[in-house]
Design a protein around this ligand. Structure first.
Ligand code: GLU
Length: 443
């Protein structure tokens, strides 16, 4: 059996961490089972969907390396939705309703006041031809509700196990608005049928939608796909993700210097029983990935964990894999190996390149000490051993030791109190610049 997954964002904003996680998990599941992933743009909300967001979503997915096998847009599919509407209407599964929003509100409030569940009372099913004629004469247009079978709806969820929802506890949902536009449910099911989706993986906010969708699949005479509902991501304190903590967009993460494989490494394992480890390729992420490892408990997303992983990833990254992205002229493998262990983002490598290649501003406290140090800089080519030889000589000459010896030299040569090992930096900065920085003759 061929499997097919789908990721179905609405292009009403850029992707955030929560969306990226769903895209990744669909992609990994497809890859693991040898199937494709459809990218479905849920752009039926014409006011809020934009081409710019649609392009942004594609760009962000490609940045993560999550290619889709087919691209579909709901805005191209209205004929299919109309056909499904007619089929359900003719089968008696859709019925026209004329209540206004205010009338529905009033009904709900009355039910709540009587401690009854606020379920739609199906009053529209009892409308007589003359009632309908009167509404139409007033200029009211109907919205259409799906008549749920009032029975237990159940499925074996790939994450949650057996799920049961009582159809009788739900309101008959509105599938078509009074302006004729379908709401999310019908297009989603029709697309899942037409695109032959075998597995629907989405957030647990869709669990009750799935109960409804299962009845719609059946009413349209289609097979019901497999479902998996992932718990939502929470912030580090267990509350909803705040903007600062990662409801931030992927593009903001990218701009802040987070690497795509850091995001993939974390999101593929967050909320599972597996350890989060750095993986350098998506193929490595697929290795050991299993949807059944996800727990039903909410997963906590901690931006500090992402930053730590990003540092770890850079520390392990080879020159070959960054040289096309580092974007500074002259940087080479020796430079990369000297600085990578100190980086939390790639942008910092660019700052370090500026420091070693100059110009930069030395931080100088004791000019005399630095002049003495300059006098004993070893002759000949500077190597990885020169720092040791040099600082031993400076110690002998000045009597300084420990921090008092190393810190003024580091500050003068790099302008910073911390950074990569000085023995690696020394040959990179080079004799001329070292002398200039120590003696204050240019930098
Ligand atoms: N556009 C819907 C959403 O973003 C899709 C949900 C689904 O996967 O069916 O919530």
């Amino acid at each position: 059996m061929t499997v097919k997954f789908r990721f179905a964002p609405s292009p009403t904003g850029y992707l955030h961490v929560g969306n990226a996680r769903l895209a990744l998990i669909n992609w990994l599941s497809a890859r693991k089972q040898g199937g494709g992933m459809v990218l479905r743009l849920d752009d039926t909300d014409q006011e809020r969907s934009t081409e710019e967001y649609a392009e942004g979503i594609k760009e962000d997915l490609l940045w993560l390396g999550l290619e889709w096998s087919e691209l579909k847009k709901q805005s191209d599919r209205s004929a299919a939705y109309t056909k499904a509407f007619e089929m359900l209407r003719d089968a008696g599964r859709l019925y026209p309703c004329y209540e206004t929003g205010e009338e529905l509100d009033y009904k709900r409030k009355r039910q709540l006041a009587r401690k009854l569940p606020p379920v739609y009372d199906r009053a529209a099913l009892d409308l007589k031809a003359e009632d309908v004629a009167a509404f139409e004469a007033e200029g009211r247009k109907p919205h259409w509700r799906f008549k749920l079978d009032q029975e237990l709806i159940s499925w074996i969820d790939l994450v949650r196990g057996k799920v049961e929802v009582d159809g009788a506890s739900m309101s008959d949902p509105v599938l078509i608005r009074s302006d004729g536009r379908p709401l999310y449910h019908l297009p989603s099911v029709v697309d899942d049928i037409d695109f032959e989706i075998s597995h629907v993986i989405r957030g647990e906010d869709h669990v009750s939608n799935t109960a409804l969708h299962i009845q719609v699949f059946k009413a349209l005479g289609a097979d019901v796909p497999e479902f998996a509902h992932l718990p939502l991501l929470m912030g580090p304190d267990g509350g909803p993700l705040s903007k600062r903590e990662g409801s931030q967009s992927l593009r903001e993460l990218r701009e802040s210097g987070i690497e795509p494989m850091t995001v993939n490494s974390l999101l593929a394992r967050l909320g599972t029983s597996d350890n989060v480890e750095i993986r350098h390729t998506l193929a490595d992420v697929v290795d050991g990935y299993d949807i059944s490892h996800f727990s039903r408990a909410a997963a906590k997303f901690d931006p500090a964990e992402l930053a730590n992983l990003n540092a770890k990833l850079l520390h392990e990254t080879n020159w070959q894999d960054v040289k096309d992205r580092i974007d500074v002229d002259g940087a080479d493998e020796t430079f990369w190996n000297a600085v990578r262990g100190n980086l939390t983002t790639l942008a910092e490598a660019r700052e370090w390149w500026q420091i070693v290649s100059g110009p930069m501003t030395p931080a100088i406290e004791d000019e005399e000490f630095l002049l003495s140090a300059a006098e004993v800089l070893p002759d000949g080519e500077l190597t990885i051993d020169s720092w040791k030889v040099w600082t031993t000589a400076v110690k002998e000459k000045t009597g300084a030791k420990g921090k008092a010896l190393f810190m003024p030299l580091r500050l003068a040569l790099t302008g910073k109190p911390r950074g990569p090992e000085m023995n690696s930096l020394l040959p990179l900065i080079g004799r001329d610049q070292i002398m200039a920085r120590l003696t204050g003759n240019g930098a």
